[in-house]
Design a protein around this ligand. Structure first.
Ligand SMILES: N[C@@H](CCC(=O)N[C@@H](CS)C(=O)NCC(=O)O)C(=O)O
Length: 208
């Protein structure tokens, strides 16, 4: 562990934590990643951010950022070599749709038992409407806002990944070829593979 760098409390398979790790990695920000156990959250993490969600970035000077999008924006404000901050206003709007209605549909589709008072039978279809919107954009260009990757792609694909994985055969049979290709490309990217690597220690450096 490098004692002089930032510390990110994270969970490998959390889509919010994934997007934060990808932005920190892309911005080449040295930080250690602490993989948390949800059943035994570290006291220091809860001290820094009592709401208890990951990701939480605790900076060298003690400042705390505990929302994934704020971590991304902070990292990219330091260094944005691939111009992920392009189309900022429209990107923010689409991410809002993802984090709002699409995430709500995803949770109801994936974990209907968590919503005993709701009828979740339309959740997959509700989520599908957002997938269709992405498909229309991706039919025009490789990434959501053009040929180049923006923060929208990075912030959204971890959630589409989760939605796809609930029932992979169903997802693969959809007539959404551009979305399927986009998802596969991001899942195979060096960036994603780097931030998904299983850690050897805890914490361990994000960038070796
Ligand atoms: N709005 C937050 C949401 C983060 C979030 O909900 N993370 C989940 C894991 S994917 C979490 O930590 N949940 C707390 C828990 O399950 O105890 C962000 O963007 O960082």
């Amino acid at each position: 562990m490098n004692n002089s760098c930032h510390l990110l409390y994270s969970y490998r398979r959390c889509p919010y934590a994934m997007r934060a790790r990808m932005a920190l990695f892309a911005a080449s920000i040295q930080c250690d990643v602490y993989e948390i156990d949800f059943k035994n959250k570290p006291a220091n993490m809860l001290l820094a951010s009592p709401k208890g969600t990951v990701p939480v970035l605790v900076m060298q000077d003690g400042a705390v950022i505990d929302e994934s999008l704020d971590i991304m924006l902070w990292a990219l404000a330091q260094n944005d070599p691939q111009n992920w901050l392009a189309h900022k206003a429209e990107v923010a709007q689409l991410i809002q749709q993802n984090d709002g209605a699409f995430k709500a549909a995803l949770d109801r589709y994936k974990y209907p038992n968590r919503f005993p008072d709701e009828d979740c039978s339309n959740a997959r279809q509700d989520g599908g409407a957002f997938l269709q919107e992405l498909e229309e954009r991706l039919a025009r260009h490789e990434n959501i806002f053009g040929k180049a990757v923006t923060m929208a792609d990075i912030a959204i694909f971890p959630f589409v990944r989760q939605f796809a994985n609930v029932d992979r055969a169903w997802f693969d049979a959809l007539k959404l070829p551009y979305l399927q290709k986009w998802l596969a490309t991001h899942l195979e990217s060096d960036l994603f593979l780097a931030v998904m690597k299983k850690q050897k220690g805890n914490p361990s450096p994000l960038i070796l």
